[in-house]
Design a protein around this ligand. Structure first.
Ligand SMILES: [Mg+2]
Length: 246
């Protein structure tokens, strides 16, 4: 296990990019079953102030979903693996891609999930996630079905594996590209980039912050390119609380 990440001398010199599920919150049985507690809201609010706005959420969830979860907080956010992003000034950025083909794939996947009890389709609009957390024995069937659909959709889309989930997402965008976009804008530009995440999709973000000379922090066990390591969401929160003090 690698070391616990360092603390900033001045929290406002760092740009904090945080994954949500498995990082700030433990994974739930269903993505709609997570609950953001008051202590997490207070912590993020404190960190946002201490960093003078240098805090953004980077998730596979849709931005509207994230806003609902974290209300009344309204942070800069990248959703659906970098397809949609709200910058620190409140500007919305959407990356275009062929939507009709994905709508047809969504219908096909809905039927597939209906025929396989325990599978859950999460239609995020621009990403389709098939969860098998409640039916791990269906992992192979779920992966095969999504691989077949991804082949039919062609090069505009790609498969993305995760913890007990497999997704189809538009190609060319990921959590790393979202972090790069934030780092080109105020108030993030010129700061030390820090990204904390727990899953395969977060490796894109780890690569980007390492290249920028920042800190990549992996949550939980498993192989990772990240330099630093925290054990679980509780450890992440304790470390962030110390960061907010500076
Ligand atoms: Mg995660």
């Amino acid at each position: 296990m690698q070391d616990r990440p360092p603390l900033p001398a001045d929290p406002a010199s760092w740009a904090f990019f945080l994954d949500i599920d498995g990082t700030l919150l433990e994974h739930a049985a269903r993505p709609d079953a997570v609950l953001v507690d008051a202590s997490l809201l207070a912590l993020l609010d404190r960190l946002d102030r201490a960093t003078q706005g240098g805090l953004a959420l980077i998730s596979g969830r849709a931005v509207a979903d994230i806003d609902a979860l974290f209300a009344p907080l309204r942070l800069p956010v990248a959703g659906q693996h970098g397809i949609e992003r709200r910058d620190a000034a409140g500007g919305l950025h959407m990356h275009p891609f062929p939507t009709q083909a994905l709508r047809r794939a969504a219908l096909r996947l809905r039927d597939f999930a209906a025929c396989h009890p325990g599978l859950l389709l999460e239609d995020k609009g621009h990403n389709l996630a098939l969860h098998y957390r409640q039916a791990p024995h269906l992992a192979h069937a779920a992966q095969e079905e999504l691989a077949a659909i991804a082949r039919e959709l062609g090069e505009d889309f790609e498969l993305q594996g995760g913890k007990l989930v497999v997704e189809i997402k538009p190609g060319g965008r990921d959590k790393g590209s979202a972090i790069e976009e934030f780092m080109g804008e105020p108030p993030f530009r010129g700061r030390v980039a820090v990204f904390v995440g727990d899953d395969l999709t977060d490796e894109y973000g780890f690569g980007v912050v390492a290249r920028l000379g920042g800190h990549a922090v992996k949550v939980g066990p498993g192989p990772s390119a990240a330099r630093w390591r925290l054990a679980d969401a509780g450890a992440v929160r304790r470390w962030l609380a110390e960061c907010a003090v500076g």
